[in-house]
Every structure is written in structure tokens, then in C-alpha cells.
Design a protein around this ligand. Structure first.
Ligand SMILES: [Zn+2]
Length: 49
């Protein structure tokens, strides 16, 4: 089963999910599908795991 987590974009407040194993605590920038903003998981104002 693939584990995911939800993040909130700090720019547009859009919520989307990412693959936990690949992106959580990895210092890899996430790409917001709504506005194209790139940010780290730590910069998300809200994370749901
Ligand atoms: Zn965004």
C-alpha cells in the first residue's frame, strides 16, 4: 500500500497529496499543481499524514 500525506501550498492554500516514502522529510521540493509554486514539506502551513 502506498502511503501518502497531504500538504497545503503556502502560496495559494491549495491542498494536494504526495507520496510519503518519496517526499516526506526528504528535503525535496514539492510542486503545487495549482499555482506551480515549489516548496519543502516543512514549509507547508498544514500537513496531514
Ligand atoms: Zn499553490
Amino acid at each position: 500500500m502506498t502511503k501518502i500525506f497531504w500538504v497545503t501550498c503556502p502560496e495559494c492554500s491549495g491542498e494536494f497529496y504526495c507520496h510519503w516514502q518519496e517526499l516526506r522529510h526528504k528535503k525535496i521540493q514539492l510542486l503545487c499543481p495549482y499555482c506551480g509554486h515549489r516548496f519543502l514539506d516543512e514549509e507547508s502551513p498544514k500537513i496531514v499524514e
